[in-house]
Design a protein around this ligand. Structure first.
Ligand code: AMP
Length: 223
């Protein structure tokens, strides 16, 4: 029943790596950004609340994302474990996650940090596109789709994320790197952190992440 937290700055490759790791482990990916984008797309009250914050690269309030994310984590498909992408992003969120898992005798089995220097990160956003249907991530320079403008996996249209404009990317970095350090420290303090070099090829990063899970993880379907 592995609960694995994937950590990294915006653009480090969490959205690319999470599905690869999830497939190997046989568990779903829960991506906080995707949950929020769905709320915005459906025009829910929560979506209207967070829309402007997301567009400007701010973190949404802990209370809002904790409620949304922990509700999703409580769904049956995550009972056998999950890869957490984009949550927790603050120390408060990490504490809320620990508390919810502890209620069912669970814990975060491993936190994996995809480490990429800041100079490399900003450049990555220029080429990033995602598919409109499933949020699958491509980079027009380093990881292009087989057919231009079309997702390899579900055939839907590839679009730029509304928050990938250059100013927003910079704001996102400034706002999010401090809290990320806090979360990294949280898991380091629990002796639960492994760091992987995120500047390698997609395949090499995927292999390192899987290897970093080690042998201690409890077995799950598909492993
Ligand atoms: P992402 O797709 O993970 O880059 O998230 C996109 C945006 O959603 C972020 O820039 C934040 O505005 C918001 N967001 C996603 N996850 C969280 C979180 N755990 N806490 C606060 N805000 C979040």
């Amino acid at each position: 029943m592995p609960v694995v937290v994937l950590l990294g700055a915006p653009g480090a490759g969490k959205g690319t790596q999470a599905p690869l790791l999830a497939k190997r482990l046989g568990v779903p990916v829960l991506a906080s950004g995707d949950l929020l984008r769905t709320e915005v797309a459906t025009g829910s009250e929560l979506g209207r609340e967070v829309q402007d914050m997301m567009r400007s690269g701010e973190l949404v309030p802990d209370e809002t994302i904790v409620r949304l994310f922990l509700h999703r984590l409580g769904r049956p498909d995550a009972a056998a474990g999950a890869i957490l992408d984009g949550f927790p992003r603050t120390r408060g969120q990490a504490a809320a996650l620990d508390a919810q898992l502890a209620e069912s005798g669970r814990r975060v089995d491993r936190a994996l940090l995809i480490d990429v220097p800041i100079e490399d990160l900003v450049g990555r956003f220029a080429g990033r596109v995602i598919c409109a249907e499933g949020g699958h991530v491509y980079n027009l320079r380093s990881n292009p789709p087989r057919n231009p403008g079309m997702c390899d996996i579900d055939g839907s249209e590839l679009v730029r994320r509304a928050d990938d404009a250059e100013e927003t990317v910079r704001a996102r970095m400034v706002q999010q790197l401090g809290p990320l350090e806090d979360v990294v420290d949280h898991y380091r303090g629990l002796d639960n952190l492994a760091t992987v070099d995120g500047t390698q090829s997609i395949e090499a990063v995927a292999d390192d992440l899987f290897a970093a899970l080690g042998a201690e993880l409890p077995p799950a379907a598909g492993r």
